[in-house]
Design a protein around this ligand. Structure first.
Ligand SMILES: NC(=O)c1ccc[n+]([C@@H]2O[C@H](COP(=O)([O-])OP(=O)(O)OC[C@H]3O[C@@H](n4cnc5c(N)ncnc54)[C@H](OP(=O)(O)O)[C@@H]3O)[C@@H](O)[C@H]2O)c1
Length: 334
């Protein structure tokens, strides 16, 4: 059994799918409010827990030989933030050690070596260090930017009329398809390759932020207005926001790191080592633009929200009749 933490996320759901495609037994640690049901078609098991609840982690890891975490917070909340993420991962590795887990994989990010004390990166560095010192055989993956980030920016521009491109427009990036990251993780776990290594990952094409944006616009057939907020502008915005909303200040600082410098990594060589052929950026960003998460589609929501109790108690409490709700997945026979 493999425990996946963060399985409801953009990368995590691909990790669950990649492992299930290999025929692995997967248990996804999901938070009570999570939209875990989008994973129903994968046949993964669910375990309700939270990185902030060490006991739930210990229980979730029962009979697991491996654990993978791609959990993160994008914009912090008062009670779920970069600090609690670092503490939560420390608890996860402690629980994994106590349970005799044989391999732990942590998804960090390429910005860690240059991120200094910016919380998004110092938190990841602390999680990495806790894993290494736990003594559990580990692999830390540090991917660069995900290709769907550019589709996200485009969506924002399409919705608001314009968007700001953060950082340096001439910074070199090699955006990677999250499914490729997931396939590399699954291959590493399967083969045992990458044990006790920290490995950077990137897509096959290196281009400037400006060029990556233009390719995304071409693939979507849009020409939205954009303006650039330079690294200096991001720094000033972060300083101005810090006394009022710290989480946005931290977010702007993180953007400054992710989009502020060249990220040149030999993605092809690393992927080849794990037998994975990387998706060209143009194809990856087009897929990200077209393949919207079904959660954004009201019809798909209707079809996918199959847990009767979930609909009845979370979405429309007191108004939906249980017998009118769609059938859930069949109960397990084993
Ligand atoms: N996006 C990029 O360009 C990029 C680039 C390099 C590296 N990375 C890294 O790759 C990893 C995955 O990114 P992503 O885009 O897939 O993230 P994401 O979509 O934001 O997913 C985050 C996941 O973490 C879970 N989570 C949040 N708080 C939790 C808690 N307290 N306990 C347990 N689970 C919790 C979320 O669950 P809920 O569904 O309950 O919220 C979700 O499943 C992150 O570490 C990220 O930093 C991202």
């Amino acid at each position: 059994m493999i425990l996946v933490v963060g399985g409801t996320g953009r990368l995590g759901n691909q990790v669950v799918r990649a492992l299930r495609d290999q025929g692995k037994d997967v248990r996804a640690l999901v938070r009570k409010g999570s939209e875990y049901f989008w994973l129903n078609d994968t046949g993964t098991n669910y375990f309700f827990g939270d990185l902030r609840d060490p006991q739930s982690l210990h229980r979730a890891l029962r009979d697991c030989e491996s654990v993978i975490s791609s959990a993160a917070v994008r914009v912090e909340q008062t009670d779920n933030n970069h600090k609690t993420m670092a503490q939560g991962h420390e608890s996860l590795w402690e629980a994994a050690k106590a349970r005799g887990v044989k391999r732990a994989v942590f998804v960090s990010c390429a910005g860690v070596p240059v991120g200094g004390e910016v919380p998004a990166f110092s938190s990841k560095r602390a999680s990495e260090e806790a894993l290494v010192s736990s003594g559990i055989p580990y692999t830390i993956f540090r991917p660069g930017l995900f290709a769907p980030n550019f589709a996200d920016l485009l969506r924002r521009a399409d919705f608001n009329g314009s968007v700001f491109l953060p950082g340096r427009l001439d910074a070199k990036v090699s955006p990677i398809h999250p499914r490729d990251v997931a396939d590399i993780i699954a291959a590493a776990l399967e083969s045992g390759d990458g044990a006790n290594e920290t490995i950077e990952l990137a897509g096959p094409d290196t281009l400037t932020v400006d060029a990556a944006w233009k390719v995304a616009c071409e693939e979507a057939g849009l020409q939205p207005a954009f303006w650039n907020m330079s690294p200096a502008g991001l720094k000033m915005a972060a300083a101005a926001l810090r006394p009022i909303v710290r989480r946005w200040a931290n977010h702007f600082q993180a953007l400054g790191v992710n989009f502020g410098q060249d990220q040149v990594i030999d993605g092809v060589g690393v992927a080849g080592r794990f037998g994975v052929t990387l998706t060209p950026y143009r194809q990856a960003v087009k897929a990200a633009w077209l393949d919207r998460h079904p959660g954004e589609d009201p019809v798909a929501r209707e079809e996918k929200v199959v847990h009767r109790q979930f609909v009845a108690t979370i979405y429309e409490p007191g108004t939906i009749r249980y017998e009118d709700l769609p059938e859930g997945p069949p109960p397990r026979q084993d």
